[in-house]
Design a protein around this ligand. Structure first.
Ligand code: PD2
Ligand code: ZN
Length: 284
């Protein structure tokens, strides 16, 4: 029985959860240099081992499809916040995705990067079984977390973003800065915690489930680095000050699997982003 390293195990588990066909996974492994027979055996085993996990990331409404209810973000061409008018450049209804220009000024982007630059740590990802934060190769970035409203500058941005997302400021996690060097990427994943996976309880104990994400681009990227929703066919380019919002939990508590998304590999230059995750309840 051939064994694969941890990076391939992650890749297999993620793609089984996404519902990829075994054939497409075998093809990808053969292209990466695996023997076809060995790849078939490895993929078959991963499919069996991960099938329960795959069930766990389906919408919590069981067999019922995700029902799209009204998105909390204000309608119109511009969303007005207390200190900035933010232009809307794209709205998608299914999944609920909105792209914005000018959420932050160039100076604000620079200040965030400079504050985070010397405090970055290799990014981690939630282990679905244990709930612990693991360093994995599916996510090659470095990150830094601000405390929510930790000073006047961060408070202004936390408030602006809460108004833009039209969700209570107290339900937001702290702002996170992420840095990707050339080759860095974040392979497709869900931002919500899969309800049936044992590790999720640790995270939802504090503030409940994540309901929506805002990714703000702090830099232009010379090559690559787009945010991609592979099952919805949506690609958002990283442009300094712009942002993408997506919502994955509706008022009934269902979770939208069409929000599977990733950060494409950076092929030139570097990429800086900031993320805000909103929860069901106050995040304390
Ligand atoms: O860097 C990105 O574009 C990206 C894409 C998907 C970041 C995240 N998800 C994330 O931090 O969750
Ligand atoms: Zn994400």
């Amino acid at each position: 029985m051939q064994v694969v390293d941890a990076a391939w195990q992650e890749w297999l588990a993620t793609n089984v959860r996404r519902g990829c066909t075994q054939e497409s996974m075998v093809d990808a492994m053969v292209q990466a240099g695996f023997d076809a027979l060995a790849a078939r055996e490895i993929v078959g085993r991963a499919a069996a081992e991960n099938s329960m996990e795959a069930d766990a990331v389906k919408p919590s409404g069981g067999e019922r499809a995700y029902e799209y209810d009204a998105c909390p973000v204000a309608a119109g061409n511009i969303v007005r916040t207390h200190d900035r008018d933010v232009p809307v450049v794209l709205r998608v209804d299914r999944p609920q995705v909105i792209a914005f220009d000018d959420v932050l000024s160039a100076d604000e982007c620079t200040e965030l990067i400079e504050r985070a630059r010397n405090r970055l740590k290799r990014s981690t990802t939630v282990n679905p079984d244990s709930g612990q934060e693991d360093v994995i190769t599916l996510r090659t970035s470095e990150g830094f977390w601000f405390q929510r409203c930790e000073d006047a500058f961060i408070e202004r941005l936390d408030r602006r973003i809460a108004e833009l997302m039209n969700w209570p400021l107290e339900h937001g996690e702290g702002l996170q800065i992420l840095h990707y060097r050339a080759g860095g990427e974040y392979r497709p994943h869900f931002d919500y915690f899969p309800p049936a996976q044992s590790g999720s309880a640790l995270h939802t104990a504090r503030g409940g489930q994540r309901v929506a994400t805002l990714i703000v681009y702090l830099s232009d990227v010379e090559g690559g680095g787009e945010t991609v929703f592979p099952d919805a066919g949506i690609t958002v380019m990283a442009r300094r000050g712009g942002a993408v919002y997506f919502r994955y939990m509706n008022g009934r508590g269902q979770l939208d699997p069409l929000t599977l998304h990733g950060g494409a590999p950076v092929t030139g230059g570097e990429k800086w982003i900031m993320t805000k995750w909103m929860r069901e309840r106050a995040y304390v």
